[in-house]
Design a protein around this ligand. Structure first.
Ligand SMILES: NC(=O)c1ccc[n+]([C@@H]2O[C@H](COP(=O)([O-])OP(=O)(O)OC[C@H]3O[C@@H](n4cnc5c(N)ncnc54)[C@H](OP(=O)(O)O)[C@@H]3O)[C@@H](O)[C@H]2O)c1
Length: 290
């Protein structure tokens, strides 16, 4: 009798609590989904000149490198670059050479470097004017020090070496929530590397801050896999709130690089990444293309 009485009290109370949290989150996500974002006007301008920019970019015969090309974002980027024929040359720079079937059968030149002594491998970056950096690890995989080493030291070293060898436009995959003052190691390091790269003063630096990247990860990471499964309904109803399809990260980086801009520093939050990725069509909220 006592138990029945208490269940009667607790269950409706708990359900109401969950419902309340769900409503608050729903309102928050809805507001995120339908609010504007800082880079919108620029993306709309880029979109309206997409075809001309694309043709002109090809004529300019750029040469690019990709670091982190064996990771999920990197592999997708390499696949899209291979299909786009945008660059005269693409060089894949990493700590190990992989058989082409590991990167969608793409046979771009691979250069193996030691990220601990990148200055000794600086020539790997020679004559490549566009750089894509998808390098990264996790605290779970490499420990806190290992994470800082890869996501800060190695990335900075790539930036410095590439700049010294003539890289004009550097694109970095950072993360949603990046903040140099964050109390959380992951977002703090992401924020700090963004700042450090800014100080290198590339002609153009583009920073992308995706949410949780939705992909079929080759490597087993159970926690991430659970998180991705739980996030699927949110991704469905509120696609730009917390998640980013891996293909969108790659397409947004490519579309941005081929677009002209007067800016030397561009920051793309998750929503902007979604819109950049759809640049070939008119992105949502832009006036239709001429
Ligand atoms: N996954 C997400 O949900 C998410 C969300 C937001 C932002 N990001 C960021 O996006 C970027 C790309 O993510 P991802 O999921 O594509 O990463 P990933 O699949 O883990 O790939 C990471 C890449 O970095 C390389 N790498 C890792 N440790 C290295 C080391 N010690 N020395 C040299 N190279 C090393 C890997 O090379 P090997 O193949 O040789 O290991 C691989 O090419 C990362 O910076 C990540 O923090 C990810």
């Amino acid at each position: 009798m006592v138990l029945w009485f208490r269940c009667n009290e607790i269950i409706p109370g708990t359900s109401l609590g969950i419902l309340f949290i769900a409503v608050i989150l729903g309102i928050y996500f809805l507001q995120l989904e339908f609010s504007g974002f800082p880079a919108k006007d620029r993306i709309c301008r880029m979109a309206s000149n997409y075809t001309e920019n694309l043709e002109q970019f090809k004529e300019e015969k750029h040469k690019a490198f990709v670091v982190g090309y064996t990771g999920e974002v990197g592999k997708e980027l390499v696949k899209q670059l291979a299909n786009s024929n945008l660059y005269e040359k693409v060089v894949l720079i990493g700590r190990r050479e992989v058989p082409p079937e590991k990167i969608h059968g793409v046979e771009f030149e691979q250069r193996v470097v030691d990220f601990e002594k990148l200055d000794e491998h600086a020539d790997a970056f020679s004559d490549l004017d566009v750089g894509y950096c998808c390098l990264g690890t996790t605290k779970g995989k490499a420990g806190a020090d290992g994470f800082v080493k890869v996501d800060f030291d190695y990335v900075l070293s790539v930036g410095q070496t590439a700049k010294s060898k003539g890289c004009k436009h550097f694109s970095l995959v950072s993360s949603q929530g990046a903040n140099k003052d964050s109390a959380i190691l992951y977002t703090r390091i992401k924020g700090q590397i963004e700042e450090a790269l800014k100080n290198l003063q590339f002609n153009r630096l583009s920073v992308f801050r995706p949410g949780v990247i939705m992909c079929e990860r080759e490597e087993s990471r159970p926690v991430e896999a659970v998180a991705r499964t739980l996030l699927k309904p949110i991704a469905f109803f509120f696609p730009t709130a917390m998640t980013t399809p891996v293909g969108y990260v790659a397409t947004s980086m490519i579309n941005n690089a081929l677009s002209k801009t007067e800016k030397t520093y561009e920051l793309y939050e998750n929503k902007a990444i979604h819109e950049l990725a759809k640049m070939a069509e008119a992105p949502k909220g832009c006036k239709s293309k001429k």
